[in-house]
Design a protein around this ligand. Structure first.
Ligand code: GDP
Length: 402
């Protein structure tokens, strides 16, 4: 950093600083410098016109970020995260963009590409050597399964495709279960405050109550839902519909089962599409023999929100469930462009899986075509495959100076 002053034509000297960024250590990756002066519009105008006379030109929209991308400082998804960050209005949006800026999407997409390449290699080997019984080739059904699993992982990167309107930038954990299973009480215990109305009357939780908690440094939105119960009135029906929506789009569903009803009904199932954890509640109400029965049934997640027993274990189980599945780290997909490519890749993988399952040799070629188009879409997503047109479109949306 050099301190000094600027001598602009017909201006008194003004103090200024010049910051130098060496090649490889600047935002764009090129040698660059920044001039810092007081933020006065007439001064800035005089400075910009002096620089223009000396041969400088204004940057095109997004030009700095485009150069950063071309010099390998950022991948395309990260460049788009820069755009998303500058445009973000809500706190959650800004946080999600900041997370995308760390490059998590590329890591996830690279894993998917790796998986698709693996499948493609097997498919092509089978096409090339149809007569030979090649050792080590996975059967078509295993390959189809890998396609489907990869498609699911890609789907999980885009929570917006699953959940319009979900608050971005945090994991959502939904409490479900029968009325009076102890959902509100558990929510309050996890939140450490009275957020939901607890009542021994069945069906008191009419609406989805949601609180944000800090779970070992991770922001988690806990949502309490109306219990599973026959809906009688208009309001209850609406509440139940909302509960179902929340459950469908959750990162994790805690399915609560009252320990005192459980012993008679046997082992519970959560019956939800989202990843879920069955939690046996009201452990303090159980006698020793029932407790032993449940323990041998392997129900490891048992808590009493009242005495606090098992709560620490539950917290860490929630933490693990949210961290473990890469698909559960929400909101890596930032833009419509990324969403469209991700869904294109998913569709291509689903088609490939179907073709592979049909076990007809003639369809292997078609499956290979779909696998290649999935790879193409994934490549475009992170900019490994990028045309000038595409770059013009993306960086054209940036404001000047970014
Ligand atoms: P929800 O309808 O699922 O939200 O259930 P609530 O949280 O309103 O709880 C229903 C009833 O169960 C209330 O009377 C609570 O006090 C009681 N309850 C909830 N958790 C516990 C617990 O861990 N132990 C005991 N003994 N009672 C509980």
């Amino acid at each position: 950093m050099l301190g000094g002053s600027l001598a602009l034509p017909s201006w008194p000297e003004v103090p200024a600083r010049l910051w130098l960024f060496r090649k490889g250590r600047s935002y764009t990756g090129e040698d660059s410098c920044e001039l810092h002066v007081s933020g006065s519009p007439p001064l800035l105008a005089a400075l910009v016109s002096a620089l223009a006379r000396a041969g400088a030109r204004p940057a095109a929209p997004g030009e700095f970020t485009r150069r950063a991308f071309l010099n390998g400082r950022l991948d395309l998804a990260q460049a788009e995260a820069v755009l998303a960050l500058t445009r973000a209005e809500a706190d959650g949006e800004a946080r999600a963009a900041a997370r995308a800026l760390l490059g998590g999407l590329r890591a996830a997409i690279d894993r998917s590409k790796e998986a698709v390449l693996g499948v493609l290699a097997h498919v092509e080997a089978t096409i090339d050597f149809p007569e030979d019984d090649l050792p080590g080739l996975d059967p078509a059904s295993a390959l189809a399964e890998r396609c489907e699993k990869t498609a699911e992982e890609i789907a999980a990167l885009d929570r917006r495709s699953l959940a319009p309107g979900v608050v971005r930038g945090e994991a959502t954990v939904v409490l479900s279960g029968k009325t009076n299973a102890g959902k509100s009480t558990l929510l309050n215990a996890l939140a450490g405050r009275e957020a939901a109305i607890v009542s021994p009357l069945a069906g008191t939780t009419r609406d989805a109550v949601s609180v944000e908690i800090d779970l070992d440094g991770r922001r988690v939105r806990l949502v309490d839902t109306a219990g599973e119960k026959e809906a009688s009135g208009e309001i209850e029906r609406e509440a139940l519909a909302r509960a179902r929506d929340a459950t469908r789009t959750a990162d994790l569903v805690l399915h609560l089962v009252d320990s005192t009803t459980l012993a008679s009904t046997g082992s519970p199932s959560s019956g939800s599409e989202a990843p879920s954890l069955v939690v046996v509640s009201k452990l303090d109400l159980l006698g020793a023999s029932d407790r032993a029965k449940l323990e041998t049934a392997g129900l490891s997640c048992m808590v009493s929100a009242l005495t606090g027993e098992g709560m620490k274990g539950l917290r860490s189980r929630i933490g693990e469930a949210i961290e473990r599945d890469p698909g559960l780290s929400p909101d890596l997909i930032q833009t419509e462009r990324q969403a469209r490519l991700a869904s294109g890749a998913r569709d291509a993988l689903a088609r490939a899986a179907g073709l592979l399952r049909s076990r007809e040799p003639a369809r292997l070629e078609l499956a290979a075509v779909d696998l290649r188009s999935a790879l193409q879409a994934l490549g475009e997503l992170t900019g490994a495959v990028a045309t000038d047109d595409l770059l013009d479109r993306i960086f054209g949306e940036f404001c000047v100076g970014k």
